[in-house]
Design a protein around this ligand. Structure first.
Ligand SMILES: Cc1ncc(C[n+]2csc(CCOP(=O)(O)OP(=O)(O)O)c2C)c(N)n1
Ligand code: SF4
Length: 243
């Protein structure tokens, strides 16, 4: 029988530990497919975050550094500068990138490091049980904002793509969403471009992916996809912010 589709060999055969309806699995597949399609298998170093994707090293079929929470852009900087011929990517959640690692991501972008960053924005701290993240929406309930996030008490959601796009060192910043098939296809294109930029030596690229966390949002996977479309993408509009 003719094979019409097969899993990319950039992913191992390990089963994802992610919850049903979680976007991390889709994001992993897109990153892996992009690397394979660009002919870079065997030439990649990944940086795994702290958060639900902490076991990314079990899934990507390449060398993966597991680094402290928030430090992925700093580790990616070191990996790329010492291995300029390798393709280096950092994979980070919003707690990781927009909270504890705010300084690292800003300065890596400002320096124009020739790396690719995949930013999973699921508006919550997933792994640790659903605490408020910098990206939690106003009114959104979390274990640390049980009446809903309040601007007065908790401040406003942080828009990392918009912020990083103001930096001269950033080459390409795009926000996509993983809530439906057309958006997944657009995300794949963006991820591929972010890796191609690195191959071409163009500097810092980041793709933000609006993602689901049905478990901590207390939603079905279907409702979580609707939440991305109807609520998250109003506050975090999709599009290219730079490049
Ligand atoms: C220095 C440090 N502070 C806090 C933690 C606890 N911690 C582990 S994962 C996490 C949040 C992860 O959220 P996010 O980065 O959004 O990823 P997600 O799990 O949602 O994919 C926190 C606070 C830690 N591991 N290290
Ligand atoms: S807790 Fe949320 S982010 Fe973590 S695996 Fe489950 S759905 Fe995904």
């Amino acid at each position: 029988m003719a094979v019409v589709f097969k899993k990319t060999e950039m992913l191992t055969d390990n089963k994802f530990h992610y919850c049903p309806g979680c976007s991390h699995g889709i994001a992993h597949r897109l990153v892996a497919e992009a690397i394979e399609e660009l002919g870079e298998m065997g030439n990649v170093i990944g940086i795994a975050p702290v958060g639900c994707a902490v076991f990314a090293y079990n899934y990507f079929n390449c060398d993966v550094l597991q680094v402290a929470h928030g430090r992925a852009p700093a580790a990616a900087t070191g990996a790329k500068r010492t291995n300029p011929d390798k393709i280096v990517f950092a994979y980070q959640g919003d707690g990781d990138l927009a909270s504890i690692g705010t300084a690292e991501i800003i300065h890596a972008a400002a320096r124009g490091e020739n790396i690719t960053v995949i930013f999973i924005n699921n508006a919550i701290y997933g792994m640790t049980g659903g605490q408020m993240a910098p990206t939690t929406l106003l009114g959104q309930k979390s274990t640390t904002s049980q009446a809903g996030r309040s601007a007065i008490l908790n401040g406003y959601p942080v828009k990392m793509s918009e912020m990083l796009a103001t930096l001269d060192g950033a080459t390409y910043i795009e926000r996509c969403a993983l809530n439906d098939a057309p958006n997944v296809l657009k995300a794949k294109k963006a991820i591929k471009k972010a890796f191609q930029n690195q191959k071409d030596g163009k500097g810092f690229s980041m793709v933000e992916l609006l993602s689901t966390c049905p478990t901590n949002w207390g939603m079905t996977p279907e409702n979580a996809c609707d939440f991305v479309k109807n609520e998250m993408s109003k506050i975090f509009p999709l599009g290219v912010f730079k490049g």
